[in-house]
Ligand binder design. Structure first.
Ligand code: ADP
Length: 490
């Protein structure tokens, strides 16, 4: 009778629940928007209880939609926005402060004070000191609430990333745990020793008592007794790592790129962490049994968002899908480049101050050329990340893709051309939720092994490179010039 795995995908702007069948098909989905709060410029918070209520809602709704009860659910997978920090009272189970969302800059001063420890932190965590990661957010909360430090030291408070908060609530406070992929984004976790790092805890002055237990990503976390006395949580991973797993990137050299608002590329680097000199992060991809798999991660700040900008600010499109049609009406950009550095540039430039720029326009440049240049810019930025990864790890094999902008076939073909690499688009684009469904099913026995998962995983399209090498080189050289000029303009 157990037919489904229930995945909960708690993202920055929405919470979703999906019921997957054994073949990895989406049977039903429910979604709720989650409100972000902006109490001050640069601060981003969310109501942690509201997040939990949204989880309850979508789980109930997805069951109703499929006309089943929890008796039909084999196990539960949880994936989540990463790094977001929640601190709650151990006795009441209520948050003591809003969830501080990963994007929030409110702990920037705490990080600035640790600038001279940059290398030290990188060597332990694989991360670059930045308010993104949870450690400075926890510090901020403990400083902000009355007697925060004292209460934390007495063991009255608990910290968790969003996965941990949901696990705690689903198990009615019985389990305070996170998985290794989420732990590796806190900046308190030593990715070499695979444990909370006492030196880093000292550096941020965070009492160990508030931290959750770190468990494998595919594991029996405990019974989700809030929903059922029979169903266990068996899969947990941060969203990008879950997508890497959902894309079946199980071999060293396999990578995935998600084309959403921004783009996130992760590359499986196997069982040994490698620190990047090119501004890539090193992170735990997942832990299964005793085995930890690592990934390199690179990000593009403005990916699909450039298409939203064309639509909402420039009014050149009615909807995002039109961009493909306009771009295909011309053969090229007529020598034009657009660099969408609206909020600076991510990997490998890490340039906060760069701003968007357009180059090479003539009287003959049309709307179609402009739109095409914007789409090509998404692909060029991803090539920059891909190139940084290739330099760190020469065995980069292929690229699997997901995210909203993969609907754009022009973009996918151009990406394949410019990378000179095959691009694989899976049949199920819900790779994040699918990833934790797979992780959960592996622990529960729903799936026998990874081979079985690979055998059910299928692709809807494979894009093969078609552009001549000289043309690729010429185009990419133009992009590099545009990037240089953008970075010189202040
Ligand atoms: P997120 O999870 O970051 O919200 P999604 O994966 O839902 O993002 O993808 C949404 C993004 O994809 C938007 O930025 C949108 O502009 C872009 N997008 C959607 N459809 C297309 C399309 N056909 N061509 C190009 N971009 C698209």
């Amino acid at each position: 009778m157990k037919k489904y795995i229930l995945s909960v995908d708690q993202g920055t702007t929405s919470t979703r629940a999906i019921l997957f069948d054994h073949e990895g098909h989406v049977c039903s989905m429910a979604q709720r928007e989650v409100e972000c709060l902006f109490p001050k410029p640069g601060w981003v918070e969310a109501d942690a209880l509201g997040i939990w209520v949204s989880v309850i809602d979508v789980v109930n709704e997805v069951l109703v939609k499929e006309n089943v009860t929890m008796d039909y659910v084999d196990s539960i997978g949880i994936t989540n926005q990463r790094e977001t920090a929640i601190v709650w009272d151990k006795n009441t189970g209520l948050p003591v402060y809003h969830a501080i969302v990963w994007q929030s800059r409110q702990s920037v001063e705490i990080c600035e004070k640790l600038e001279d420890k940059k290398e030290y932190i990188h060597e332990k965590t694989g991360l670059l000191i930045n308010p993104y990661f949870s450690a400075s957010k926890i510090r901020f909360i403990l400083d902000e609430i009355p007697n925060g430090q004292e209460r934390a030291e007495k063991g009255e408070l608990l910290f968790g990333t969003v996965d941990c908060w949901i696990i705690y609530k689903m198990t009615k406070g019985k389990v305070h745990a996170t998985d290794a992929s989420n732990a590796s984004r806190t900046m308190l976790y030593n990715i070499y020793e695979n444990k909370w790092d006492d030196d880093l805890l000292k550096l941020f002055n965070i009492p160990k008592a508030i931290l959750p237990k770190v468990l494998p990503s595919s594991y029996h976390y405990g019974v989700a007794s809030f929903f059922s006395d029979k169903v266990e949580i068996c899969g947990v991973a941060g969203d990008q790592q879950a997508a890497l797993f959902g894309q079946t990137c199980y071999e060293v050299g396999e990578s995935k790129n998600t084309y959403g608002t921004g783009c996130f590329m992760l590359l499986n680097i196997g069982e040994k962490p490698v620190l990047s000199k090119k501004g890539l992060l090193t992170t735990v991809a997942w832990k299964i049994g005793d085995k930890v798999t690592y990934a390199l991660e690179g990000s593009v700040f403005v990916g699909g968002a450039v298409v939203q900008w064309l639509r909402d600010q420039m009014h050149l499109l009615h909807d995002a899908s039109e961009s493909e049609k306009f771009a295909m009406e011309v053969n090229d950009t007529n020598g034009m480049y657009f660099v969408p550095a609206f909020v600076g540039l991510g990997t490998p430039y890490w340039d906060d101050d760069a701003r968007g720029s357009a180059f090479g326009m003539t009287r003959g440049t049309t709307k179609n050329h402009f739109i095409r240049a914007c789409l090509e810019a998404i692909a060029y930025q991803c090539k920059d990340v891909f190139a940084a990864m290739s330099e760190e790890n020469c065995c980069l094999k292929n690229l699997k893709v997901d995210g909203g902008a993969t609907k754009n076939k022009f973009l996918m073909q151009f990406q394949s051309d410019i990378l000179n690499t095959e691009i694989m688009l899976p049949s199920c684009l819900e790779t994040t939720a699918l990833g934790v469904a797979y992780l959960s099913g592996l622990a529960s026995g729903f799936y026998k092994d990874i081979q079985e998962i690979k055998s059910i995983h299928s692709y809807q399209a494979i894009f093969k490179p078609q552009m001549k090498e000289e043309e690729v080189n010429e185009k990419y050289a133009g992009w590099k010039k545009a990037i240089d000029a953008t970075r010189h303009y202040r």
